[in-house]
Structures are given as C-alpha cells and as structure tokens.
Design a protein around this ligand. Structure first.
Ligand code: SF4
Length: 97
C-alpha cells in the first residue's frame, strides 16, 4: 500500500472578510438572522442574536471570518441592524459596513 499525499485545505473558501458583533448593543430585532440565516441565530430567551461560530474577542463582542459565499449576506445583515451592532471589515481591516 502506497502512502497518499493529502493536502490540507481549509474547510470552506475564505474571503478574509471579518464580521464583528456587539452583543451588548443588540436589541433582538433579528433582521440579521433573516438576512444571514447561517450566520446569526435567534436567542429569544436572551432577546439577543448569536453570531454562529463567533469568538469573544472582548467583553460582549464576538467575531469570526466570513466565508466567501456569505459575504453579501453578512453585509446585508450589518446594514439591516437598526442599532449598528454588526460591523463588517475587509481583508485590510477596513470597515466596509
Ligand atoms: S439585527 Fe441587530 S439588533 Fe437585531 S438581533 Fe441582529 S444584531 Fe441584534
């Protein structure tokens, strides 16, 4: 049996785009979850959205990379938030929404 070379690849294509979610600012209107279903979950008990796969980078602030195929959804989610709790950054770290 011969050894097979296996290339390591990220599980999904990456855009370098990042989304940041300020959970303290969130007032639970859930437009974000409507715009990006895979990105935001609804926590009705807490009255807050949950950033799926988000890591807490500071107190109450969660961030994650945006998969390439979700860039538009992430931007729409950020634009839809009435309290500006969602920010989207490009791969240069510049805020785009
Ligand atoms: S749209 Fe904004 S306020 Fe509404 S649940 Fe999402 S993050 Fe919270």
């Amino acid at each position: 049996m011969s050894a097979t070379a296996t290339a390591k690849r990220p599980p999904r294509p990456r855009s370098g785009m990042r989304v940041e979610f300020d959970r303290d600012a969130c007032i639970g209107m859930f437009q974000c979850a409507a715009e990006w279903e895979a990105g935001f979950e609804v926590d009705r008990d807490a009255g807050k959205a949950v950033l799926v796969d988000g890591e807490e980078t500071e107190d109450g602030v969660f961030a994650r990379e945006v998969p390439e195929d979700a860039e538009l959804d992430a931007k729409f989610a950020a634009r839809a938030c009435p309290v500006d709790a969602i920010a989207v950054y490009d791969d240069d770290g510049e805020r785009v929404v």
